[in-house]
Design a binder for this molecule. Structure first.
Ligand SMILES: *[C@@H]1O[C@H](CO)[C@@H](O)[C@H](O)[C@H]1NC(C)=O
Ligand SMILES: *[C@@H]1O[C@H](CO)[C@@H](O)[C@H](O)[C@H]1NC(C)=O
Ligand SMILES: *[C@@H]1O[C@H](CO)[C@@H](O)[C@H](O)[C@H]1NC(C)=O
Ligand SMILES: *[C@@H]1O[C@H](CO)[C@@H](O)[C@H](O)[C@H]1NC(C)=O
Ligand SMILES: *[C@@H]1O[C@H](CO)[C@@H](O)[C@H](O)[C@H]1NC(C)=O
Ligand SMILES: *[C@@H]1O[C@H](CO)[C@@H](O)[C@H](O)[C@H]1NC(C)=O
Ligand SMILES: *[C@@H]1O[C@H](CO)[C@@H](O)[C@H](O)[C@H]1NC(C)=O
Length: 699
């Protein structure tokens, strides 16, 4: 077993010798200032250890690698070809530097990817070692005292892996420099190579991978080309990294006999092992390129034992931080652009507006209504202006957009939550709320478009204009429909919804004379707007229950009251109040007390109505207008009375409001009384009486 292993080892060594075919043609000294050719090629250094003059930390490893420094802190190492090279050429009475070419493959293995240092040089030196040289940034080449001194006669290509250091100006890590007597580079380039398409590819010197360097100097043209690239590439880049014409300093530097070789150094915290795997050199009057070094013919590269951690903790943290900042900036930019876009469309979303399924885009509404064109207005009053819009050419895509400008947007946020739930209300007697949109200070509500207009216009405008009086059956159907819609709001949906503003203009009539209640819950927006110490009553004069003026609290009973007034209105064709002296409910009550209620029926119907039904309707209307909320029937009952399923009960005591108001009601019988000083809402300073919704506030 043991002998077998030794045999294998021997065989391997033998093969290594074969592979490392090192050919050296020694320089021959002929006469002074007369060039001779020097040419050598080391594919690994095994067997030719004596050709290399080592100093400091440099050594040739048994595997044939030339290691200039290990990763010991602050060491220097030099390795020179042991014979001088003659580079001065005497051209009669002038001298110039002869051509030379060199090629080498090196590996730099840092302690960790962030803590490598300091680099190495390829050097032309008058001496085969650098005894005075210092470590760290002096790269084993010079020292603090002789740095920059013209008597150095040193030319070096530096492979620097450390970022700018104190007294050495203008450095970045990972760069190549051309140095003349000094560690300050005359020419400095970042480490890149040009690929076939001429694109720059950068790479790290201290990657731990083999890297090929080529330096060619053409004497006659005084051109110096330098190329560096990862040795794994199939062919050398066509374009050199550095191409310098006229390097006049070189002739001042080169002396009769120069030594060629490498120097390297490590620092205190930054240290790398610097290896040379193979090296070829050629010099002479005419340029002949150094022998190419094929990676497969070189000893295997040293294992990359660089610790990854340093990079992780330091640079990685920086990279992560920078990426984070970049991401944040990009995100900000993105949101800024979005915001700007929204701004242009006037659609600025606040947090709470996002994720509401019923929210619509202002842009769409704007387009649907021709930019809220005046010609599109189909109604004003209530709480805003209503526009007709069409989302597409199809008639089923008609919408009504109600534009409301609340006094403040304070309550809108809560209200939107409510709209969101109102948007789920579905009943044949309710106007379907499709969605909403907030734009600047406007709140836009999108409803189904109901073509026939409102009950208000059917009761009043249309008869005036065309004499077309709403038939009794239509009136009854409408009354029942409204009752049905209110019943749904009050009792049949998942939540109790109080309409708060039941009146003819909020009842839309579709093609089938089917009534649809609109604007439900909308008044709540105005209730919400107020400060807590203020009581606000929202509704329409004439339809507001008396208790609203006392405690301001809407209830299903106050809706029932408004329905009662509306019912009386539908039957009688008269507005509920008139300049504060006529009150429909009181008037009907008076008629009832006289024993004949039927004169309350709209005279325009003539005899075109059913007396029994009219009596029931009027009685139900009166019952709903009872001053005590508890005495009013529920909408369920109301519907049963109207459908004839239950008898209308007698109206109990205390139906009316007060003696004084009752008196005025009696006076109001003729609708011409000028005693305008008492009304059911007299405790509030309401100066305007109209069919519009009003907001009254008091403390
Ligand atoms: C070369 O020059 C040195 C001094 O620079 C001199 O000593 C030597 O004799 C010269 N050799 C020849 C062959 O001229
Ligand atoms: C280098 O090694 C080769 C054989 O591999 C040998 O012929 C040559 O003499 C050596 N050169 C030196 C300078 O030792
Ligand atoms: C030497 O220099 C002189 C003067 O500059 C010049 O005339 C002469 O041609 C030069 N000789 C050679 C061989 O170049
Ligand atoms: C350069 O080096 C020489 C020889 O070591 C020395 O005499 C001279 O003073 C140095 N010059 C400077 C500027 O340091
Ligand atoms: C140096 O590079 C330039 C540009 O690629 C090329 O034209 C020139 O021939 C090269 N010279 C030498 C000596 O390699
Ligand atoms: C160098 O090249 C020139 C022209 O190409 C030639 O005349 C000369 O003999 C060459 N010299 C050597 C030493 O090869
Ligand atoms: C390197 O050597 C391998 C095998 O010896 C050969 O196939 C390849 O072509 C060579 N590459 C170059 C660039 O000479």
């Amino acid at each position: 077993m043991g002998t077998g292993r030794a045999m294998v080892l021997l065989l391997l060594l033998f093969m290594l010798f074969l592979v490392l075919d090192v050919s050296v043609v020694g320089a021959q000294k002929t006469t002074n200032t007369t060039t001779t050719t020097t040419e050598f090629t080391f594919r690994g250094f095994t067997g030719n250890e004596s050709s290399i003059r080592l100093a400091g930390a440099a050594m040739i490893k048994p595997d044939g690698l030339l290691r200039i420094t290990d990763r010991t802190q602050t060491v220097t190492g030099t390795a020179f070809y042991n014979k001088p090279v003659r580079l001065l050429e005497n051209n009669g009475n002038s001298t110039r530097v002869a051509s030379f070419s060199t090629s080498f493959v090196f590996v730099i293995i840092p302690t960790s990817s962030s803590n490598g240092g300091f680099g190495f040089t390829f050097t032309l030196s008058p001496t085969p070692d650098r005894p005075e040289a210092d470590a760290a940034q002096y790269l084993g080449l010079l020292n603090e005292d002789n740095d920059g001194n013209l008597t150095n006669h040193v030319f070096a290509v530096e492979f620097d892996t450390v970022q700018g250091f104190g007294d050495v100006s203008d450095r970045s890590g990972n760069h190549i420099g051309l140095n003349f007597n000094s560690l300050t580079s005359d020419v400095q380039e970042p480490v890149v190579y040009y690929d076939e398409s001429g694109r720059k590819e950068d790479f790290l010197l201290q990657s731990g991978d083999p890297i090929q360097a080529l330096l060619d100097y053409d004497g006659p043209t005084q051109t110096l080309n330098f190329t560096v690239y990862p040795a794994r590439l199939k062919s050398r880049p066509v374009r050199p990294l550095i191409s310098q014409q006229h390097v006049p300093k070189l002739v001042e530097i080169v002396q009769e006999e120069m030594y060629v070789g490498f120097t390297a150094a490590t620092g205190i915290d930054q240290s790398s092992a610097h290896y040379v795997m193979g090296w070829s050199f050629s010099s002479g009057v005419n340029l002949s390129l150094a022998k190419p070094l094929n990676l497969s013919e070189l000893p295997p590269p040293p294992p990359n034992t660089a610790k990854k951690t340093g990079y992780d903790s330091g640079v990685l943290a920086l990279i992560v931080a920078l990426s984070g900042v970049t991401l944040i900036l990009l995100a900000l930019l993105f949101f800024f652009l979005m915001y700007k876009k929204r701004l242009q469309q006037g659609d600025i979303l606040e947090d709470w507006e996002i994720n509401h399924p019923h929210r619509r885009r202002y842009k769409d509404l704007y387009a649907a209504t021709d930019g809220f064109n005046k010609n599109r207005i189909i109604g004003t009053g209530g709480f805003g202006t209503v526009f007709r819009g069409s989302l597409s050419s199809s008639p089923s895509d008609q919408i009504a957009v109600k534009k409301i400008t609340p006094n403040s947007m304070q309550g809108v946020r809560e209200f939107v939550a409510e709209i969101e739930s109102l948007g789920r209300l579905r009943h044949k007697n309710l106007v379907n709320l499709q969605g909403w949109c907030k734009h600047k200070n406007d709140l836009l509500l999108i409803y189904d478009y109901i073509p026939n207009g409102s009950l208000d216009s059917l009761l009043y405008s249309r008869p005036r204009q065309s004499g077309a009086v709403l038939s009794w059956n239509a009136r009854l159907q409408i009354a029942k429909g409204i009752a049905s819609g209110l019943l749904y709001l009050h009792e049949e949906w998942e939540k109790i919804v109080i309409h708060r503003d039941v009146k003819p203009s909020n009842v839309l009539i579709d093609d089938d004379m089917n009534p649809r209640l609109g604007d439900f819950g909308l008044a709540r927006l105005y209730e919400r707007e107020t400060l807590s110490h203020t009581t606000v009553v929202v509704g329409t004069i004439g339809y507001m229950a008396p208790e609203l003026t006392r405690n301001g609290k809407s209830s299903t009973a106050s809706d029932v009251f408004a329905f009662g007034v509306l019912l009386l209105e539908i039957v009688s064709g008269r507005r509920p109040t008139d300049s504060g002296t006529f009150f429909l409910a009181d008037w009907v009550m008076e008629l009832r007390e006289t024993g004949d209620i039927l004169p309350a029926v709209d005279p325009r119907l003539g005899s075109g109505y059913e007396a029994g039904e009219a009596k029931v309707a009027l009685s139900v209307g009166l019952l709903c207008c009872h001053q005590r909320p508890a005495s009013r029937p529920s909408m369920r009952r109301v519907l049963k009375y109207l459908n004839g399923e239950e008898d209308v009960p007698e109206i109990g005591d205390h139906w009316g409001y007060s003696d004084s108001s009752k008196r005025s009601k009696v006076e109001g019988y003729n609708v011409s009384s000028d005693k305008a000083n008492s009304s059911s809402v007299a405790s509030f300073s309401v100066t305007r009486v109209s069919s519009s919704s009003v907001i009254m506030s008091g403390r």
